[in-house]
Design a protein around this ligand. Structure first.
Ligand SMILES: [Zn+2]
Length: 224
């Protein structure tokens, strides 16, 4: 009897502390898995661009830091696509500039001169990887939030038209839209702080810690 109690006590405690949150916990894990997949997609793209995994992780780190520290620039979904694309293109161009300064005896100097002139404008592939990434992030939002961002930011429907169809005031719509963009911004930051090597949002490796600190600074001072 005593033995049985000893066996069940940890289960009981676990149930008391986690039972109610089990469904929320499963939801959180699904979101984390989706954020990690989005980040791995960008990483695979970067490996193709810079040629190896270590450099790709450096560029991803650079891109993530820029996205986190400038996340308050997020005004609407349509413009965030171009904004993220430019950040990613700039991170890649900066990597090539740094590489050009290192001696590369096996490559002609013309190659590196060309690369150093790369403008921070996303090409079609860079834009596509950013677009896929945003599509994934929006997919993680609840249907109401998703619908609102699609209609206002992507389809460009007028606010009074959307407010009327939802049978709410324009003031209420403005509040909901503000919250919707904030949720998307938070997801973006979560994706950027997800560790591509270890997969955990609370990873304690140096890269992950630097990103978490940047995110904390944005979240405490954020006004969006
Ligand atoms: Zn890590």
């Amino acid at each position: 009897m005593v033995r049985k109690m000893d066996e069940t006590l940890p289960d009981l405690l676990a149930r008391q502390s986690h039972g109610k949150d089990r469904r929320a916990d499963a939801g959180r894990k699904a979101v984390e898995a989706a954020l990690l997949e989005g980040q791995q997609r960008i990483l695979r793209f970067l490996i193709g661009r810079v040629g190896n995994s270590d450099d790709a992780k450096d560029v991803l780190q650079d891109f993530s830091m820029r996205a986190i520290t400038r996340a308050d620039d997020l005004r609407d979904v349509a413009s965030v696509r171009g904004w993220l694309g430019r950040l990613l293109a700039t991170a890649i161009a900066d990597h090539h500039r740094r590489a050009a300064r290192r001696p590369k005896p096996d490559l002609g100097s013309d190659t590196w001169t060309d690369l150093s002139e790369t403008l921070a404008q996303p090409d079609a592939e860079t834009d596509a990887v950013v677009c896929d990434c945003l599509h994934d992030l929006i997919g993680l939002l609840d249907p109401g939030t998703r619908d609102l961002l699609r209609r206002i930011d992507l389809l460009g429907q007028s606010r009074d038209e959307v407010a009327r169809s939802l049978n709410i005031s324009e003031g209420t719509l403005a509040v909901r839209l503000h919250r919707a963009r904030r949720k998307l911004r938070d997801l973006l930051i979560q994706m950027c702080v997800t560790c591509p090597e270890h997969g955990f949002l609370d990873c304690a490796c140096d890269r992950a810690r630097a990103r978490q600190q940047a995110a904390k600074a944005v979240n405490s001072g954020g006004s969006l």
